[in-house]
Design a protein around this ligand. Structure first.
Ligand SMILES: [Zn+2]
Ligand SMILES: [Zn+2]
Ligand SMILES: [Zn+2]
Length: 163
């Protein structure tokens, strides 16, 4: 049994649930995903291995994985929850490009410390945070903002000659 399977087994036993082949399969499929998967993505992947697994079972098991600390829920602003590996993975936050959907993962110890300090200031017991920065990535900025710099330069030149 892998460490992740042990964590999962302990968690479901604590919940008074039984270990089932379907739950094991869902865990296994999830652990083999990369990056960020939605419940729907995971459901499709599980169905490829076993078409008898229902969507509700997948969603419920995903909840169990999250509660057990194996998965972490992340939201990218499209109204759907995505999940990524959480167990023994470094915490990180996300920047999301609103043009192409690209996701940049980053970690800032300064930002983390500020969040802890804010929580402490308001006597707030912080259990988790979801930091999502929305914007336009460098690739999309390059392809959409070509004529802009010229105008800016011209305006700037006009201003400086006036002086
Ligand atoms: Zn963070
Ligand atoms: Zn982009
Ligand atoms: Zn991530």
């Amino acid at each position: 049994m892998t460490e992740e399977q042990e964590v999962f087994l302990k968690h479901i036993q604590k919940q008074g649930l039984k270990r089932t082949a379907q739950r094991d399969l869902i865990l296994d499929v999830f652990l083999h995903t990369e990056g960020h998967v939605s419940g729907e993505d995971l459901y499709q992947l599980v169905r490829e291995k076993d078409p008898t697994v229902g969507q509700t079972t997948v969603y419920r098991t995903l909840r169990l994985l999250t509660d057990a600390g194996l998965a972490r829920e992340v939201r990218f602003g499209d109204g759907r929850a995505h999940y990524e590996h959480n167990y023994k993975h470094e915490h990180h936050d996300h920047m999301i490009c609103s043009e192409c959907g690209k996701i940049i993962e980053f970690y800032s110890p300064e930002l983390e410390a500020i969040q802890d300090a804010m929580a402490a200031k308001y006597k707030f017991k912080l259990t988790e945070h979801l930091l999502r920065m929305i914007g336009v990535c460098s690739t999309c900025r390059r392809s959409s903002a070509k004529p802009a710099p010229r105008k800016e330069l011209a305006a700037h030149a006009a201003k400086s000659t006036r002086r």
